[in-house]
Write a protein that binds this ligand. Structure first.
Ligand SMILES: O=P(O)(O)O[C@H]1[C@H](O)[C@@H](O)[C@H](O)[C@@H](O)[C@@H]1O
Ligand SMILES: [Mg+2]
Length: 283
């Protein structure tokens, strides 16, 4: 059954492309913005609409009930965020919602597929750049059907590192984020960057434009597809404490190699985040 998931993979690419077209079109009209967990955690009708389109198409293709879904906007509405052994789609309909709202030109559709809690493939469509990144376990990573590969830089002094500050404005956490960035910048590295979307950041690692991307506070839907793409492009994924990558832990570093990853990890000031799969607190 070597090719069991090929149809699902090909279909995910089609769905991501169609979703990206909806996002592009929506960006031409007035965008109505609402907030979720706090005033800087933005959501638009497009996020919700695109998630419905993606999940609707997948259910129609693969049958209701056989596959599970973890989608950013469904979880925001109270759906569970638990990865089981069942075939599960992990979806961020609009990664980079803040960028989308502001017209900052990096917005991605991120679709991953896991079976037995293992990621089988990931598809990221950077819809404003019109770049389709994809990877399937054991079969390499691609951008617009061209193979991609992480950079071979091992000298941290010759690296560009990406991080993001997320949407949590807790002063102690923000302090740790900026202290970490300051320490990394002063290693020194060539530069620090951030595109505003975790999915795109991971594609930049996978295609060799940057050596590493790390973040604390991201969610499984931000990084699931990117995790497959980085790994298949020859990169590594770790927890920010150097332990094994855990999709639900809300923290990760993706890098071109272990030398770069371990050097960055030395500087990261870790803070707590509630796991994505933590039981929902009753109010
Ligand atoms: O909410 P979206 O735009 O799907 O995801 C973004 C997170 O909100 C933000 O906290 C994070 O920094 C960014 O990397 C992520 O993609
Ligand atoms: Mg996201």
């Amino acid at each position: 059954m070597a090719d069991q998931w090929q149809e699902a993979y090909d279909f995910a690419v089609q769905v991501a492309r169609a979703a990206g077209a909806v996002i592009r079109k929506a960006g031409e009209c007035e965008i109505k913005v609402q907030t979720k967990s706090c005033t800087v955690d933005l959501v638009t009708q497009t996020d919700e609409r695109v998630e419905k389109i993606i999940i609707g198409s997948l259910k129609e293709q693969f049958g209701e009930g056989t596959h599970c879904f973890i989608g950013e906007e469904s979880v925001a509405k109270g759906e569970p965020c638990i990865l089981t052994d069942k075939p599960t789609w992990i979806i961020d309909p609009v990664d980079g919602t803040t960028n989308f709202v502001h017209g900052f030109p990096f917005v991605a559709v991120s679709i991953a597929f896991a079976v037995n809690k293992e990621l089988e493939f990931g598809v990221i469509y950077s819809c404003l750049e019109d770049k389709m990144y994809k990877a399937r376990k054991g079969r390499g990573a691609f951008c617009d059907d061209e193979p991609i590969q992480v950079s071979d830089v091992k000298d941290i002094h010759k690296s560009i590192i990406i991080s993001e500050h997320g949407t949590d404005r807790d002063k102690q956490k923000v302090k740790k984020i900026f202290s970490t960035m300051q320490k990394i910048l002063c290693i020194p590295v060539h530069g620090l960057r951030g595109s505003g979307t975790a999915a795109t950041n991971m594609c930049l690692v996978a295609s060799g434009a940057t050596e590493a991307f790390f973040e604390i506070g991201i969610h499984c839907w931000d990084i699931a597809a990117g995790a497959v793409i980085v790994k298949e492009a020859g990169g590594v994924l770790l927890d920010v404490d150097g332990g094994p990558f855990d999709l639900m832990s809300r923290r990760m570093i993706s890098a071109n190699n272990m030398v770069i990853a371990e050097r960055i990890i030395k500087e990261i000031e870790i803070f707590d985040s509630v796991r994505d799969d933590a039981p929902i607190q009753k109010k």
